[in-house]
Design a protein. Structure first.
Length: 668
């Protein structure tokens, strides 16, 4: 009975240890999946920002006078990610050209790297003969949404043959809301394959990355990359619904055997923000890793129990040969012990003053010892790992085994608490990143307003006391400075400095060195925190650079009475990268808007000049018409005067002739 109870106890402990280890493995897989999601979301965010820039520049009426600026936008986004193979936008000719009357045809502008140079390809295509309804472009056109394309290989480009790649795209719309094209990038998946290849959370473990339709993106065996998931059938469970679970973005797991070795495989979804087709990360771990710890926990206790039972059987066997009359009491007590009726009240009372009495007293001691052990086991079963058990002697193997079991359980409990603490810290950081991602996603194109929302929420979220954001300003300044864009809970009587030169003070040095500065010994004159109890110097000061891809856009400074933990510092640094990326995108949008406004102003000025010239031409034409009319009138009057002069001249000649004739007649 005791053996059976102990068997069930150790078996349950073993199963619980394995289940806890599986939960840890699933949490680890989720963390690796978050890293892959972060890279995909970064690229998708770039496409979303570029789409906003293209929509601001192009008026979708066939005017491409600002294409040089669009080329600069393409190249700037191209340079930000070494995984990109090309960045481009495609526009529907029917949407942007009023003279195009076909329902097909596109305009494409593409930037790609050739050697150390970025080249541009631009073309107007009549796509009647090259339409591909299954392409991600037509998928986006049918259902306008952001896209993470199914992995593929470029069989036309000699430089890219054999390279597995994907595409990420964001749709473009006319002001009316009609689909007008896409902004997209071609993405090399080699970096993701390398990331997956390096995932080994446990000895003997490995990972796979699978796309929405089951294409293998990452695998320890490079020859498997680009094949379909079912090509791994010999290493996976026979589940015909596995691909359906991947497409549904489910978390699921299996236990399988490979070459008589059991493995645990957990699948977690990898979701690119804004898209509808998740990928999946699978991690395969030998079950022996999980079982090893459980075996260690129960090994000592099992050995102690066996030794104790052997000792007890030896005592009973010896008594059977040496005891006569008190044997019934002794046998009854042994039966109670064998049946598990262990209690300090079940003592033998034998006063024979011989070996039988000694045996009875020994049995009483055994009963007391077993009672203590039983109480000890009960307390352990209730989770009380602080219960005490005194070893009876140096040779008390059972007691030592139970104490070793207790120590092992305490170690496991401490490890579980540590894991829970680390998990809580990760959840805290992930929740914070999601919270601030929501703030940046819903922010208007106002850097000061976004900065204030971020710093105010960050001070509250980290239980700090005050903070500020300083951004680099170079426009219309002799020297670049860090300008304060937002602050929260600052003592304005003592911290009025709005601008800091690069390299000046702690914030300026942090910007210049591009490294985080964490101080717990802060000069009393640097900054004070004001509260209802008066002024006090903070206990710690954290200054991090707002940088992305080694380009620094400013610094974030935060002070508190309590010291920041390493996981909080890491969270704020990761948040700093996100802030820098968003500020970079907003500044691009602001410059885009500014350039667009300047272009619109120049266009209005040209239209005004054109209108003035048109009016001048109309006045000149009216003047010319009036002059021509006057010239005709003068010609008419001149002709009439000439005719009258001719008539008068004829009359004069007739009169002179008549006078001459008259004089001739008088002379006669």
């Amino acid at each position: 009975m005791v053996i059976t109870a102990w068997y069930f106890f150790t078996n349950n402990l073993n199963e619980k240890s394995i289940e806890d280890a599986k939960v840890v493995a699933q949490t680890s897989a989720r963390e690796y999946a978050n890293q892959i999601e972060s890279r995909l979301n970064h690229n998708q965010g770039m496409m979303r920002a570029l789409a906003n820039g293209v929509q601001d520049f192009v008026d979708f009426q066939g005017d491409y006078s600002n294409e040089a600026i669009l080329d600069t936008l393409l190249s700037s986004f191209y340079k930000r990610n070494e995984d990109l193979l090309a960045v481009y936008y495609i526009l529907e000719l029917a949407a942007i050209d009023p003279d195009w009357h076909k329902d097909h045809g596109r305009y494409i502008s593409l930037a790609q790297k050739e050697g150390n140079d970025i080249t541009y390809f631009k073309a107007t295509l009549d796509t009647a003969s090259i339409s591909n309804p299954s392409s991600y472009y037509y998928q986006t056109k049918r259902k306008p949404a952001e896209v993470l394309a199914e992995p593929y290989q470029d069989l036309l480009n000699e430089n890219l043959k054999g390279l597995l790649m994907s595409s990420q795209a964001a749709p473009l719309f006319l002001p009316s809301g009609k689909f007008a094209g896409i902004v997209a990038c071609d993405l090399s998946l080699g970096g993701f394959a390398d990331l997956v290849k390096d995932i080994h959370p446990y000895p003997g473990s490995e990972a796979y990355l699978v796309s929405y339709e089951g294409t293998v993106v990452g695998h320890p065996d490079q020859s498997m990359i680009g094949n379909k998931l079912m090509d791994l059938a010999e290493h996976l469970p026979s589940d015909e619904h596995m691909l359906d679970k991947i497409m549904a973005g489910e978390n699921f797991s299996y236990t399988v055997e490979e070459g008589e070795i059991p493995y645990f495989i957990t699948f977690v979804p990898v979701v690119s923000q804004g898209t509808e087709k998740p990928w999946t990360l699978a991690i395969k771990i030998p079950l022996s890793i999980f079982m090893e710890q459980a075996k260690e926990l129960t090994k000592g206790a099992s050995i102690g129990l066996i030794i104790g039972l052997l000792v007890l059987l030896a005592i009973i066997w010896g008594l059977a040969y040496s005891i006569t009359s008190p044997i019934i009491k002794t046998t009854g007590m042994l039966k109670r012990i064998a049946q598990g009726e262990v209690s300090k009240n079940n003592h033998l009372s034998i006063k024979s003053r011989d070996e039988i009495q000694d045996m009875a007293e020994s049995l009483n001691q055994v009963m007391d010892s077993l009672s203590e052990i039983t109480n000890f086991a009960h307390e352990i079963g209730r989770g009380n790992l602080n219960v005490e058990l005194q070893s009876k002697s140096e040779n008390d193997h059972l007691g030592k085994a139970l104490l070793e079991m207790k120590d092992s359980l305490q170690t496991a409990s401490a490890q579980e608490k540590t894991r829970k603490k680390e998990e809580d810290q990760r959840n805290w950081a992930n929740t914070g990143l999601a919270k601030f991602s929501e703030i940046t996603r819903n922010a208007d194109a106002n850097i000061e307003e976004l900065s204030y929302k971020i710093i105010s929420e960050l001070v509250k979220y980290t239980n700090a006391n005050q903070g500020g954001i300083f951004l680099l300003e170079t426009d219309n300044r002799e020297h670049p400075v860090l300008e304060q864009k937002a602050c929260f809970a600052y003592d304005r009587q003592k911290f009025l400095q709005k601008e800091i030169l690069v390299g000046e003070g702690i914030a300026g040095r942090c910007f210049q060195e591009k490294e985080t500065i964490f101080m717990t010994d802060i000069p009393s004159s640097y900054i004070n925190i004001t509260s209802g109890l008066g002024d006090a110097s903070p206990s710690c000061l954290l200054v991090i650079p707002l940088k992305v891809n080694e380009e620094v856009y400013g610094v974030l400074e935060i002070a508190a009475f309590t010291k920041f933990e390493p996981y909080q510092i890491e969270f704020i640094e990761r948040l700093g990268e996100s802030i820098a990326s968003e500020i970079s995108a907003m500044r691009v949008n602001i410059r885009t808007q500014k350039l667009l406004q300047e272009a619109q102003l120049q266009g209005e000025q040209l239209r005004a000049q054109e209108e003035e010239m048109r009016q001048n031409m109309e006045e000149l034409e009216a003047t010319q018409e009036d002059a021509a009319r006057r010239e005709n009138d003068l010609d008419q009057k001149l002709k009439e005067a000439t005719d009258r002069a001719t008539v008068a001249e004829n009359k004069l000649e007739v009169a002179l002739l008549e006078i001459k004739n008259l004089k001739s007649d008088q002379l006669k």
